[in-house]
Design a protein around this ligand. Structure first.
Ligand code: NAG
Ligand code: NAG
Ligand code: NAG
Length: 268
C-alpha cells in the first residue's frame, strides 16, 4: 500500500472505473477533464499532522526515551489486534500513546502504516510534547497528558472529493440521503462493537454503490463513540454538502463515504 494519500493501486483502479461508469451515463464529454479530478481529488501527498507545540522536549531527555519506548510498545502491540495504547514514565516526563489501524488492514499493512506514522510525525512535529497524525489507513497520537478514553471531536482533517459546481454532473437526488443513512447505520453497528468500527455499502436509486466507514478509537466508550460519529456525520452533510466523497477525521473518530471501494471487503 502507498501511504502518501492514496489507496492501493487496486482500489484506485476500481475507483476510476466506477467513477467513469458513473459519469458516462450522463455527460460523456466531461469524462476526460473530470477523470483526474475525481481520482486525485483533494488528497495531499502528506497526511495531516497536528503538533502540540506548547513546549518541546530536549534531545536525550527522559521524555524522549519514554516516547521511544511508547512507540516501540505501540508498534509491537498493534500487531495483535490493530490497536494499542501505551503509557510510560513518571510525571512530568510521562508519555501516553495510542495507535489504531483501519480494521480491513492486514497485519503487515498495519505495521507499515504504523512505522510510516511514527517516522513522519517525528519529521513534522520535531520535539513537540504531543502530536497526532492521520495517514489514511492508521491513526497515531501521543501526548504528555492522559488523553486515553477522552472524547475529542476536534477536527484533524477533512478531504472532500468534489463534483459540486461542475454543471451537468449527475448525482441522483437521493445520493446524499443514501450516503447519510449508510453512515448512520454503520455508526449504530460500530459503537457497541469492541473494534468500534464498521465498513459497508449501500445503493442509491441508480444502483450506484456507496462505500462507507464509521470508526472510533477503541478506547472510547460506546456512548462517546456514538456522540463522536453523529457529530461528524452531521458536520459533513451540513458543512460539506454535495460532494461525491468525504473523509472526516477527528481526534476520536473517522467517517468516510466514497463512490469507489476504498477498503478491502474480503478482509472483513
Ligand atoms: C498540549 O500539551 C499540554 C501539556 O504539555 C496540555 O496541557 C495541552 O492541553 C495540550 N494541548 C492539546 C491541544 O492537546
Ligand atoms: C498493547 O500491547 C501489549 C503487548 O505488546 C499488550 O500486552 C496490551 O494488552 C495491549 N494493550 C491494548 C489496549 O491492546
Ligand atoms: C485483503 O484482505 C485479505 C485478507 O486479510 C488479504 O489476504 C489481501 O491481501 C488483502 N488485499 C489487499 C489488496 O490488501
Amino acid at each position: 500500500m502507498d501511504f502518501h494519500g492514496r489507496d492501493s493501486a487496486w482500489s484506485l483502479l476500481i475507483g476510476q472505473t466506477i467513477a467513469l461508469l458513473y459519469l458516462i451515463v450522463v455527460v460523456p464529454a466531461l469524462i476526460i477533464t473530470l477523470h483526474g479530478q475525481i481520482c486525485n481529488a483533494a488528497l495531499p501527498e502528506t497526511p495531516t499532522t497536528k503538533c502540540n507545540s506548547s513546549s518541546n522536549y530536549k534531545e536525550g531527555s527522559k521524555f524522549e526515551s519514554n516516547l521511544n519506548r511508547v512507540f516501540d510498545s505501540l508498534l509491537q502491540g498493534t500487531k495483535q489486534s490493530g490497536f494499542n495504547i501505551s503509557e510510560y514514565g513518571e510525571s512530568p516526563d510521562k508519555v501516553y500513546g495510542r495507535l489504531q489501524c483501519r480494521e480491513d488492514l492486514t497485519v503487515d499493512q498495519c505495521y507499515t502504516c504504523s512505522q510510516y506514522a511514527m517516522t513522519t510525525i517525528q519529521q513534522y512535529c520535531g520535539n513537540a510534547v504531543g502530536g497526532s497524525i492521520w495517514p489514511f489507513h492508521c491513526f497515531l497520537r501521543y501526548e504528555s497528558y492522559d488523553f486515553i478514553g477522552q472524547l475529542d471531536t476536534d477536527l484533524g482533517s477533512i478531504y472532500a472529493e468534489d463534483f459540486r459546481g461542475d454543471t451537468g454532473i449527475f448525482i441522483p437526488t437521493d445520493f446524499h440521503s443514501s450516503a447519510q443513512n449508510l453512515l448512520k447505520k454503520l455508526s449504530g453497528e460500530a459503537a457497541p462493537k469492541t473494534t468500534r468500527s464498521a465498513l459497508g455499502t449501500a445503493l442509491d436509486s441508480f444502483s450506484q454503490t456507496i462505500y462507507g466507514l464509521a470508526q472510533c478509537t477503541r478506547d472510547l466508550s460506546t456512548d462517546d463513540c456514538t456522540q463522536c460519529l453523529s457529530y461528524s456525520i452531521n458536520k459533513i452533510f451540513k458543512s460539506y454538502p454535495g460532494y461525491a466523497g468525504v473523509q472526516y477525521w477527528s481526534q476520536s473518530c473517522i467517517v468516510r463515504y466514497e463512490i469507489y471501494p476504498f477498503f478491502n471487503s474480503t478482509a472483513l
